[in-house]
Design a protein around this ligand. Structure first.
Ligand code: GLV
Ligand code: MN
Ligand code: MN
Length: 445
C-alpha cells in the first residue's frame, strides 16, 4: 500500500523566499548564473539542509549535484526528483528552484517519516540549465546524458570568451574542507572520504554521465511558464511532450560609416539588415498553420554601438521551437535561406552557426497515466499538456521513465521579474510530487 505523507508547506515557502534573495539584481528579478557568486550562496543554503538531513552528497565535474536520502540502500535503483537553480538575467523567483525546493521538501518529509522502500530517493540539481552563461540550454544534463562530451568543454564559451573548461577548472577540488566552505567540492560516491589537494585544475568528466541502469524514474516539478493552466483555472499540468528547439547565431558584417555624411543609397548597415532578417523570420513562423511554432531573437549585439555611427557588425541569436522536429527544421531552413538572401541584397556578409539543439520528446506514458489517475482521484483540476519550455527532464527522458508536473504561472509570465505562482498552487504541486514519489518508491522492484 502506498503511504500518505503531508509536506510542510511553510518550510517549502520559507526556503523559496530565502533563496529568492540570492540574486545579482535585487529589486530587478533574480539573476543567478551557474558558477557565479549567487550560485555559490544558493548551493551553500541547499547543501546545509542536505547535511542536516544526513544526505549523501555527490557533485560532479559540471557541478551537477545529487543528494541521497539517508534511508537509501546500496544497490537499489533510484527515484530522482529535481530541477535547476540557475536563472536567466533578471528572471523570476520560481523557474527551476521551485522543482529543487519541492524535491528537497520531499526529502525532508521522507526523513521525518523514515521507512523502508523498494527504491532509493535522490534530489538532483542540474547545473547551467538556462544557458545564461554558455548559451546552450540544459548543459549539465547534456553532459549527464552523453549528448555533450569532452570536446564541448572547449567549444562552449561565455560572453567573456572563456571556455566551459576554463570556468570549471578552478572548481575541480576534492579537498577536505566541508561543503559549507566549498559548495563546489566534488565527492563521488565511490571516493567519499578520500581527501586530495585543493586547487586541482583538470576537468575530468569521465564520471559525469549517469549509469542509467541505476535510475528508475526522474520527476521534475516546474512552473508552467505559459498561460494555459492559469487561463483555464487548473491547478496541475501533467506534461506529455516537451518542445524541441534549434538555436543559431548569425553574424552580419556591414560597413561602418558616418551617420550624417553617408547617403542612404551608399549604406551597408548591419543593424538594418538584422532587423529585416528578424522580421522575416517572424513572418515565416507566423504563417505556420497550427500556430504552434515559435521563433525568438533574444540576444543581439551591435558594434560599435554609437548613435552617430552606422553599425558595422551585428551578432544575434535566433531560436525556433515546436513539438515536431520536421517543422523546426523546415522553418529553420526557410529562415536561414531568407537571411542569406537579405544579406546578399544589402551587400552585407553573413555567417550562420548552429549553436545548440534539442529534439522534441514525449514523456513516459506510464507516469502520465498514473499521475492523471492520481489527480483525478484527488479531485484536482488538471490537464495533460505540452511544455513549450525545455527542461533537464528531456535529457533524462531518453534513458529512464521521466515525468513532469506543472503548476500555473500567473498570467503566463516567466523569465521576467513578474514571474509568480499562487502559494496555494505551489503547495499543491509539491504535495503532488510527494504523492508521486511515494507511489514510485513503493512500486516494487
Ligand atoms: C529554458 O528555460 C528554456 O526553455 O529556454
Ligand atoms: Mn526551468
Ligand atoms: Mn528557464
Amino acid at each position: 500500500m502506498v503511504r500518505q505523507m503531508k509536506i510542510n508547506g511553510k518550510r517549502l515557502l520559507d526556503n523559496l523566499y530565502a533563496l529568492r534573495e540570492f540574486t545579482d539584481t535585487p529589486g530587478k528579478g533574480v539573476t543567478r548564473f551557474s558558477y557565479g557568486e549567487q550560485d555559490v550562496n544558493a548551493r551553500r543554503y541547499i547543501l546545509d539542509i542536505a547535511e542536516r538531513l544526513g544526505c549523501s552528497i555527490s557533485i560532479d565535474a559540471l557541478q551537477n549535484i545529487r543528494l541521497g536520502f539517508k534511508g537509501n540502500v546500496p544497490g537499489r535503483k533510484t527515484i530522482a526528483a529535481g530541477s535547476h537553480i540557475d536563472t536567466v538575467r533578471n528572471g523570476g523567483w520560481l523557474d527551476g528552484i521551485y522543482g529543487v525546493c519541492g524535491a528537497l521538501e520531499v526529502m525532508e518529509t521522507l526523513t521525518e517519516n523514515l521507512a523502508d522502500y523498494d527504491y532509493n530517493y535522490e534530489v538532483v540539481i542540474f547545473a547551467e540549465e538556462e544557458g545564461s552563461g554558455f548559451g546552450s540550454t540544459m548543459t549539465g544534463s547534456k553532459f549527464i546524458s552523453g549528448i555533450y562530451d569532452e570536446s564541448d568543454l572547449d567549444k562552449l564559451k561565455n560572453d567573456e570568451g572563456k571556455t566551459l573548461r576554463e570556468v570549471l577548472a578552478p572548481l575541480q577540488t576534492r579537498c577536505c574542507c566541508d561543503v559549507r566552505e566549498n559548495p563546489y567540492r566534488q565527492v563521488q560516491p565511490k571516493e567519499a572520504g578520500v581527501s586530495t589537494q585543493c586547487g586541482e585544475s583538470s576537468v575530468d568528466i569521465s564520471r559525469v554521465m549517469w549509469d542509467f541502469d541505476t535510475v528508475k524514474t526522474m520527476l521534475e516539478l516546474h512552473i508552467e511558464q505559459g498561460p494555459v493552466l492559469d487561463e483555464a483555472g487548473l491547478s496541475i499540468g501533467i506534461v506529455d511532450n516537451i518542445f524541441g528547439m534549434r538555436v543559431i547565431e548569425v553574424k552580419l558584417d556591414g560597413v561602418g560609416n558616418h551617420a550624417g555624411a553617408t547617403p542612404m543609397s551608399q549604406r551597408h548597415d548591419a543593424l538594418c539588415t538584422a532587423a529585416e532578417c528578424i522580421l522575416k523570420a517572424e513572418e515565416i513562423v507566423r504563417a505556420d498553420e497550427d500556430k504552434r511554432t515559435v521563433v525568438t531573437t533574444g540576444k543581439i549585439e551591435a558594434a560599435p554601438n554609437c548613435s552617430n555611427v552606422i553599425p558595422e557588425t551585428v551578432t544575434f541569436t535566433l531560436e525556433v521551437r515546436d513539438r515536431d522536429e520536421a517543422k523546426i527544421n523546415k522553418a529553420m531552413d526557410e529562415i536561414t535561406g531568407s537571411i542569406r538572401d537579405i544579406a546578399d541584397r544589402r551587400r552585407v556578409s553573413c555567417t550562420i552557426e548552429e549553436h545548440s539543439k534539442s529534439s522534441p520528446l514525449p514523456l513516459n506514458r506510464r507516469l502520465i497515466d498514473s499521475m492523471a489517475a492520481r489527480a483525478e482521484g484527488q479531485g484536482l483540476p488538471y490537464k495533460v499538456m505540452d511544455s513549450g519550455a525545455v527542461h533537464d527532464a528531456c535529457m533524462i527522458a531518453a534513458h529512464v521513465d521521466t515525468g513532469m508536473i506543472f503548476v500555473p504561472s500567473i498570467e503566463g509570465r516567466s523569465h521576467v521579474p513578474q514571474e509568480n505562482t499562487a502559494e496555494e498552487h505551489l503547495l499543491t504541486g509539491a504535495q503532488f510530487l510527494m504523492d508521486t514519489v511515494l507511489s514510485e518508491l513503493a512500486s516494487g522492484k
